[in-house]
Design a protein around this ligand. Structure first.
Ligand code: NDP
Length: 478
């Protein structure tokens, strides 16, 4: 299957004639090709977006919200197809693709339709004047997304961006283009005005960097790795583009000795290994208090070893394949490094899977103990099914460990004492902390990180703020 770019309301060929293979992570087989687009293709897409912006931005917010609802309806009618394409493209279990990826992609469009409908101009009275604050579109947005949650993250950007009157050019990861293509099909079917949403396939260094540095792009919303984020920031800065960076994480799950152990074990395993540990929010370092350490670790290992790894299309599968052979090599490198750093691999290894899965990117969920809290393996983002477990005594020690990485995205605290949980959560330098839960998202709440985990917040009114320019008109009273 050959995918095409979507520019100015048309699926069209790309210049240069080069293609990239798309491989199925579970088998290693090539099942599609995407255009290796270049700066000429990016130019066409940005031009189409620019031409469409004035009319689109001039529509009322209710009208734009109706378009978001139509896209949500279109996606909902292809719910199962989204799940199965996402599972095949990323290697994640079909049950997860259905419950998380397909669900959230529809929910994102519906949620932002509601937010945009209720978003109002603000008014600030002075004794002698009135200030009116309105939210204008920024212009043309570049939306760049990674491979771990392809449509979930793309829809999280497209919906508020076009909802606020911008037009956009999307650049999904070259590794997982299938559901971005499906979104363009839906957009085409519902008849969204041409040029409002455009998509250019290709790699980061070609299409991605041309898009970010394009002189006619006003805003960049990027989700991906920290080092790529730094390149994106450098390219966008000279032109003072509005920028949001959602980057990597190395998040701690803090298990206190007063926690309810059954639900904590399940929650911490889910947090460590969901999507094969390839979620920026994953709790890849587990800090366990002395009093519960032995019992917790024993139960944790049992739960990890009970997970079923294998065919992503099997409804019973808990863990699928890693995204690519290159990424598997990187994860393996960290496991080797962990041994050199004095760690003990308590569980892990390679599953032995039958054809046609034998050549997929497989690795068993891996738990490491004995690492120092400032070792590379326990402070750097591995982004795979690898968790290190550490012991602590006092709450202050756990807080110190949680804060000793360059990242500051998320974390979780597990305790029977909510006040204690909140106190600890307040001391962790991240954008988000969950108490007795993980990845429990209210779409109205802010999402984003501090330190090397990013710049800015998205979600609810923060997304509406980012994808608009607040403008103040001050009228002096007579
Ligand atoms: P990358 O940073 O490698 O890529 C992200 C996107 O950027 C891809 O579409 C990529 O294209 C593109 N890209 C690469 N280089 C450039 C460039 N110079 N200019 C513009 N675009 C470029 O991340 P991954 O895809 O490997 O995703 C994993 C990372 O994403 C992890 O670090 C994870 O923590 C982070 N992430 C953060 C989230 C958050 O909300 N904070 C959520 C999800 C993931 P291509 O791949 O096609 O080359």
């Amino acid at each position: 299957m050959d995918l095409m770019n979507y520019i100015g309301g048309k699926f069209e060929g790309h210049s240069g004639g080069k293609w990239l293979d798309v491989k199925e992570p579970a088998t290693g087989n090539v099942f599609a090709r995407v255009p290796l687009s270049n700066s000429t293709d990016v130019d066409s897409a940005v031009r189409a977006a620019r031409e469409a912006q004035p009319e689109w931005g001039g529509l009322g917010s209710n009208e734009r919200a109706r378009w978001l609802d139509s896209i949500a309806d279109g996606l909902e009618s292809r719910y199962e197809e989204i799940a199965s394409l996402e599972s095949r493209d990323t290697g994640k279990p079909i049950s997860l693709a259905r419950a998380v990826d397909a669900y959230r992609s529809v929910a994102n469009f519906r949620f932002f339709a509601g937010e945009i409908r209720s978003h109002e101009e603000e008014v600030f009275e002075m004794s002698d004047a009135t200030n009116f604050v309105s939210y204008r579109p920024v212009g043309v947005g570049a939306l760049i997304t990674p491979w771990n949650l392809p449509l979930y993250l793309l829809s999280w950007k497209v919906a508020p961006a076009i909802g606020m009157g911008n037009t956009v050019v999307c650049k999904p990861s070259e590794l997982t283009p299938m559901t971005a293509n499906l979104l363009m099909e839906v957009i085409d079917e519902v008849g969204l005005p041409e040029g409002v949403v455009n998509l250019v396939h290709g790699d980061g260094l070609g299409a991605g960097s041309s898009l970010v540095s394009h002189g006619d792009v006003d805003l960049v919303s990027f989700t991906g790795g920290t080092s790529t984020g730094s390149e994106v920031a450098k390219a966008a800065a000279p032109q003072f583009k509005k920028i949001s960076l959602e980057l990597g994480g190395k998040n701690s799950s803090i298990v206190l000795d007063d926690c309810e152990i059954d639900s904590t074990v399940k929650g911490v395993v889910r947090s460590g290994f969901l999507n094969q540990g390839q979620v920026c929010l994953c709790g890849s370092r587990v800090l366990v208090q002395d009093g519960i350490y032995d019992e917790f670790v024993e139960r944790f290992i049992e739960e990890v070893e009970s997970m079923k790894i294998g065919d992503p299309s099997d409804e019973e599968t808990d863990l699928g394949a890693l995204i690519s052979a290159e990424h598997l090599t990187k994860v393996e490198g960290y496991i080797e490094l962990a041994k050199e750093e004095g760690g003990t691999i308590v569980t892990g290894g390679y599953p032995c899977l039958p054809e046609p899965l034998a050549n997929g990117n497989w690795i068993a969920p891996t738990v490491i103990t004995g690492l120092s809290v400032d070792s590379r393996c326990s402070t750097e983002e591995i982004f795979g099914p690898v968790v290190s477990v550490h012991r602590f005594s006092e709450d202050s020690e756990a807080i110190g460990i949680a804060n000793n990485t360059r990242y500051g995205l998320a974390g979780s605290v597990w305790t029977g004492d909510i006040e204690r949980g909140r106190r600890i959560a307040d001391s962790i330098h991240t954008g988000m902390v969950w108490v007795n839960t993980w990845l429990h998202r209210d779409l109205r709440a802010p999402f984003g990180g501090v330190k090397d985990s990013g710049v800015g917040r998205e979600g609810g009114k923060w997304s509406l703020g980012f994808f608009s320019e607040a403008t103040n008109v001050c009228v002096k009273h007579d």
